[in-house]
Design a protein around this ligand. Structure first.
Ligand code: GN1
Ligand code: MG
Length: 340
């Protein structure tokens, strides 16, 4: 830690270091000196997942320059430069980056008020809208095929052949649900031709938005998966994480349900910024967006369970099995839901 902090020009002995946040992929710490009123967020990028951390840094720099130039009033949190002027530090093959801590901001893990869902949808939509004039294909692909549902389905089928046999036998009900709903993959293939490629965040869960004390969205964070993509990725992940009163970690599936006011808040929040950008056809895909993302997340959790948790890790035995079951319940509730 001393080595890392010194690269950012901070003396390690005057800062406390504590694990921070709820992200599943990268490791995050809060670096704080109370007397000096200084706070930073330090992150170690997961090298198993992100093979080229410098591509993430490249994308962030590119977007930062574009936004500062075109929309100087927009708050975009860019990483603190190292003493050598870089956005990233490489220490023994591990990559670290540091962000200023935005004062009076906080994140939430579960959406409690429709207003929060509206705000988050609006902020993520605003981000994509501000980048409409930026050619999304200039972004480096930090995770190839990240939201390619057809590929996720193929990976799932493959793991049924090669995965942990005992876990496969114990997961037959979930496996059969995934197979029965393969129509969601077919719809994805059909709908792709009718959606534009835009700058897409790809991880719009509620914990990736900073709020102020009045529950107003301040800015979007976690741009590791900012890539060219479809709006259903962003809207869908909002549906996945804002509609339900409990998170993907909940074990009691009877608590899982769809809250109508939150659905309406996502749609109106998103359209408040992106209404003039989305085509009429795209506007018909809101509910599908939720099905697409929840189904994909269920597949990803289940595939990982059958693959001995190598991607997400597990805090307890069967953790990803529970998460997959949770997402399948949520998908069932969404399929039944009539947006009216
Ligand atoms: C991961 O790292 P985190 O928690 O922001 C994952 C998302 C999943 C999410 C599920 C790079 O996001 O795709 O939706 O967990 N990110 C990556 O909670 O795989
Ligand atoms: Mg995150």
């Amino acid at each position: 830690m001393e080595k890392i902090l010194s690269q950012f020009g901070l003396p390690a002995d005057s800062f406390s270091v504590n694990p921070f946040g709820s992200g599943l992929i990268n490791s995050t710490w809060l670096i704080e000196n109370r007397e000096r009123g200084e706070k930073y967020i330090l992150q170690k990028i997961n090298r198993q997942v992100f093979k080229h951390p410098e591509d993430i840094a490249f994308n962030i720099t590119l977007i930062d320059e574009y936004l500062k130039d075109q929309f100087p009033d927009y708050l975009f949190v860019s990483p603190r430069k190292t003493i050598g002027g870089d956005g990233l530090v490489n220490i023994a093959g591990e990559f670290y980056r540091m962000f200023p801590f935005i004062s009076n901001s906080h994140t939430i893990d579960v959406v409690e008020k429709p207003q929060q869902a509206y705000e988050a949808a609006k902020q993520f939509a605003r981000f994509t809208k501000l980048l409409v004039g930026f050619d999304a294909t200039r972004l480096k692909i930090t995770l190839p095929d990240f939201h390619d549902l057809s590929l996720r389905y193929q990976q799932f089928e493959r793991i049924l052949e090669t995965g942990n046999g005992e876990r496969i036998r114990d997961s037959l009900e979930l496996i059969s649900f995934i197979k029965k709903n393969k129509g969601i993959v077919e719809q994805y293939e059909d709908r792709k031709a009718n959606m534009a490629i835009r700058c897409t965040h790809h991880d719009t869960k509620i914990s990736n938005l900073l709020f102020n004390e009045e529950d107003k969205g301040i800015c979007v964070i976690d741009l590791d998966t900012l890539m060219p993509g479809y709006f259903i990725s962003d809207v869908g992940d909002m549906m996945r994480t804002y509609l339900c009163p409990v998170s993907e970690e909940e074990k009691d599936f009877s608590k899982i349900g769809i809250r109508r006011e939150f659905y309406d808040a996502i749609v109106s929040g998103y359209l408040s910024e992106m209404g003039a950008e989305l085509t009429k056809t795209e506007k018909g895909f809101f509910k599908y967006a939720g099905e697409f993302m929840i189904y994909m997340q269920a597949i990803r959790f289940l595939t990982d369970h059958l693959n001995d948790d190598i991607y997400y890790g597990a805090k307890y035995e069967g953790h990803n099995f529970v998460r997959a079951g949770n997402q399948i319940s949520l998908l069932q509730r969404l399929i039944e839901f009539n947006p009216g």
